[in-house]
Design a protein. Sequence first.
Length: 352
Amino acid sequence: MVQLLASETASTAATKTMDIKFSSPISRLLIRMKGTNSSSTPTAHPAKMITKVEIVDGSDVLYSLSGIQAGCLNFHENNELPFYCNEYEDNIECCATMQINFGKILWDEELALDPSRFKNLQLKITHNKALGGSAPDAGTLAVFAYVFEDSPPSPRGFLMAKELYEYTLAASSHEYVNLPQDYVYRFIILQSYETTYPWNTQFDTLKFTIDSDRRVLLNDISASEFLKTQIPMDLVEEDFAGLGTASAVSYYQASTYNNYGVAVGRSATQTAMICGQPSGPRIQITNDASESFACHETGYCAFGGMNLLLCDKMLPATWLNPTGAQSIKLDIKAGSGASGTAYIVTQQLRTY
């Protein structure tokens, strides 16, 4: 494990650029962002402190996702979230990590990023500590690399992840998206992470076809039913903490569907608390003024994203190979109460 960037001050919004120079393949990069809260009023989930991460080789973009998009992808990769410290109290640090996985699992010898295959690999991290936690006024950034050192393998390729498409949701309208036919798809994730809006409110029906309906992978299935039929659809679990104000305060978590929270006071003088039913990525807690509490929250649909591609994520032979297809098309109908922004995030197999 190599410290690519030792912890440094990241209190001013900026883009940090680093050269990636290793002689051996890399299995994973890990980015860690911390913010020191200046308030006890939550701004957003700590993952939003990382606004964009790119890996480029000149003009060739090998990876490009936000912290929220990466958190969603990491959940689909690992069946659990990356590490987050969801502390929303004043003068306490919140923390977000994001994984850039180049293989199916950590230390995958078949798929890894081989820097020797590129001319000028660079990692670019755009951050703004004020966008997550509770209005942080100070922050730090660090980056770590998991590198094959002893008997390094000769990987045949790596997993490339990008935001493929972004659009503004319009209630009950259709969005038609033609997918590129360049690389094999492992994940095609439809995502929308908006306060109070669960996935099945943002999207109404989904159609996924190849070659003008010659192959129909999803045939106008309702988003609500699609959520319920995904097996396994792993439980999203998080803990967060805050400080009461004697009125309802909104807190933010990764899960966005069928959420439940259980909160408990962290003081002997605690008298009353109400833990509201979460709506989308927001849960409201009413607690005694100036009394600290902790909440365990569970649900599904991490960061408002679901994978539309039904395959064995550990078996490349089952992934969607676009070779020979004339068109690969999504028809996404928005829900009647949809609002905000939607994204399509892809992870593809890129061979050397």
